[in-house]
Design a protein around this ligand. Structure first.
Ligand SMILES: NC(=O)c1ccc[n+]([C@@H]2O[C@H](COP(=O)([O-])OP(=O)(O)OC[C@H]3O[C@@H](n4cnc5c(N)ncnc54)[C@H](OP(=O)(O)O)[C@@H]3O)[C@@H](O)[C@H]2O)c1
Length: 333
């Protein structure tokens, strides 16, 4: 097996400090140490992959590197009794695709503690429509519900709504009977967002408050924020008393220009969401929801399948904020 070769995206840093992505042959023997060798059938594109694939050293310290924080496939070899050859499995997060070779290659080798059995009601392809983005959207909804945010508490705002996390959050919240307001920078995607279930759609610019006021008119019963920065700050200032807000992303900025007033005068709760290091017990609970009561019927509408060769262009589009929905990578294509 060690000498077997496979196709993978390799990101390299050139002498002029440019990062270049190529698809080429790698050897199984060159994968990192680990308990479980997996033949990857599907992966998916997440924002963190786009950062890793463009030389962001906050995500990936050393190059050459194969990104891909998600992988679904079949166990080929395992030194851990929990996973037998032939088992269908999913790996998302942990260090996969960051400083461990990831799912943009036809094989990965990982610690057994990172591996989740593929839920029986999901195909490998469907599991990757969710992937890290869908898992994060589900974890966000899970956290809202942990704080008793029920549909009668008001409209839920989803920011970055046409993105991977945003699209699945809109769909999951709609399925759970919340009224969803989708905030987007893409005027052309209103039909897509309505199809996913958004009742209201607002332009991103409406969430870029420049008044300097610590609080604004109360609008949101809850918020799933994927954007951060000024957008999240405006959402917090516009939250209703006792609203619950989740934060998972920073495409719009990492700064949070707010005061404590929404928290101490309106009792607003701000909850952090981190899917990569989500403990295994909670991880399994969230996959159980995703593949059971929360399973979506519109997975085709939410995603498009691409090959390894088509990834390069979509990585650039993602970095420019131009992608809509999820890209599932078929490693056999
Ligand atoms: N904490 C975690 O565990 C976790 C897990 C997954 C993802 N994330 C983070 O969540 C964020 C979204 O990830 P994703 O995979 O959904 O990415 P994505 O598919 O690229 O979606 C991001 C969306 O944000 C909006 N956007 C893009 N640039 C923006 C800007 N400059 N200002 C405001 N909005 C902008 C766009 O939607 P519209 O055009 O509709 O506004 C874009 O489609 C990223 O920051 C990612 O790192 C975190």
């Amino acid at each position: 097996m060690k000498t077997k070769t496979f196709r993978a995206m390799v990101v390299e840093e050139r002498e002029d400090k440019r990062f270049v992505r190529t698809i080429r042959q790698r050897r199984v023997g060159d994968l990192p140490e680990g308990d479980v060798l997996i033949e990857v059938h599907y992966s998916s594109l997440n924002y963190k992959d786009a950062l890793s694939a463009s030389g962001n050293k906050g995500v990936t310290r050393q190059y050459p590197h194969t990104p891909g924080v998600d992988a679904a496939g079949e166990v080929v070899e395992s030194t851990d009794t929990r996973f037998k050859p032939g088992a269908q499995v999913v790996v998302t997060g942990y260090d996969l695709g960051m400083n461990t070779d990831g799912g943009f290659g036809q094989f990965i080798r990982v610690p057994a503690d990172w591996v989740v059995p593929l839920p029986a009601t999901l195909s490998p392809q469907e599991s990757m429509v969710y992937g890290t983005a869908g898992f994060t959207a589900a974890l966000s909804v899970f956290r809202l519900q942990e704080l008793d945010l029920t549909p009668d508490k008001g409209v839920i705002l989803v920011t970055g709504a046409t993105g991977g996390v945003g699209s699945i959050a809109v769909s999951l919240l709609t399925k759970a009977e919340y009224r969803v307001c989708a905030a987007t920078g893409k005027e052309t995607e209103a039909d897509y967002l309505r199809d996913l279930g958004a009742a209201d759609i607002i332009p991103r610019s409406e969430l870029l408050d420049t008044s300097g006021r610590p609080m604004l008119k109360a609008r949101w019963g809850g918020v799933v924020d994927t954007v951060g920065g000024a957008v999240l700050a405006t959402a917090i200032k516009s939250a209703q008393p006792h609203a619950v807000i989740t934060t998972c992303g920073n495409v719009g900025g990492a700064e949070l220009p707010i005061t404590v007033y929404p928290f101490i005068l309106r009792g607003v709760s701000l909850l952090g969401v981190d899917s990569a290091a989500c403990p295994m017990a909670k991880r399994l609970q969230v996959w159980e929801k995703i593949s059971g009561p929360w399973k979506l019927k519109n997975l085709d509408r939410l995603s498009a399948e691409i090959s390894l060769d088509e990834l390069d262009a979509d990585i650039d589009r993602m970095l420019q904020g131009q992608l809509t929905g999820r890209k599932v990578v078929n490693l056999s294509k």
